[in-house]
Design a protein around this ligand. Sequence first.
Ligand SMILES: NC(=O)C1=CN([C@@H]2O[C@H](COP(=O)(O)OP(=O)(O)OC[C@H]3O[C@@H](n4cnc5c(N)ncnc54)[C@H](O)[C@@H]3O)[C@@H](O)[C@H]2O)C=CC1
Ligand SMILES: O=C(O)[C@@H]1CCC=N1
Length: 270
Amino acid sequence: MNICFIGGGNMASALIGGMLGKGFAATQINVVEINAENRTRLQAQFGVHTMDSLAKGVTGSDIIVLAVKPQQLREMAQQLADLIDGQLLISIAAGIRVSDLARWADSQAVVRAMPNTPALIQSGMTGLYALPAVSAAQREQAQDILAAVGETLWLEDEAMLDAVTAISGSGPAYVFYFIEAMQQAAVKLGFSADDARRLSLATFLGASKLAASSEEDASVLRARVTSKNGTTERALLSMAANHVAEHIVEAAKAAADRAKEMGDELGALQ
Ligand SMILES: NC(=O)C1=CN([C@@H]2O[C@H](COP(=O)(O)OP(=O)(O)OC[C@H]3O[C@@H](n4cnc5c(N)ncnc54)[C@H](O)[C@@H]3O)[C@@H](O)[C@H]2O)C=CC1
Ligand SMILES: O=C(O)[C@@H]1CCC=N1
């Protein structure tokens, strides 16, 4: 299975790094990237073959992963229309609907996926949606690539991919934001930046692993930390008074709305 990435930026790099770590061979992967600096970085970091010509990258590829920005996708897909011959297209662009991509690329063999950057360490989460014309074998190819870098969730309703984008696609940024805030708190309480980083990261890792390995709901695990009239209770009361949970829900809703808005705006282009 030969795979061509078009666009070799942040998300393509995370996917490529994760795939190589899981046993894919660098010789299976071509990357079409217009930026020369990025091509040099990709070659040095992953040993993959890079090029700036779409035609060269696509030749001999079974699967094409579209990893450019949503605003760049239409032009690229329209160029691809003359170059492809039944290869599976996997788009990871936020918001862009499969029907629009199928129209631009003049192909029905299209899967829309929403991965996330922890794919780099095979700890990703990807939502997937396939057009009805995608064969079972092609669905399996998409599954093989994305399952290599983490968990997958196939959706029956494409609109739910905007929600996946808001939760797991953008989600790592929310978690990093919380880690940053914890580090700031630790520094304010007197720790060096290094110790603040250690304390915050170990706490996130430990709590995440505990939540993932437990049958209990997060609310139950939270209650076990929270002694009556103790320190945690004081912190959680402060968070509740500041409506932290509601703000997080609102933020994720804003992300989902933005995904839909991008789909509407960019999909309206012929
Ligand atoms: N960064 C993230 O966490 C996630 C991003 N995505 C999606 O992945 C896509 C890429 O996002 P990033 O990697 O963050 O962006 P990025 O800007 O890091 O990467 C895009 C790359 O495409 C290249 N490029 C632009 N036009 C090109 C063309 N015509 N031919 C070849 N290369 C071209 C750019 O030089 C750049 O290196 C977006 O559509 C985004 O919605 C999806 C999930 C998560
Ligand atoms: O911010 C974005 O638009 C992309 C999609 C999900 C994560 N990054």
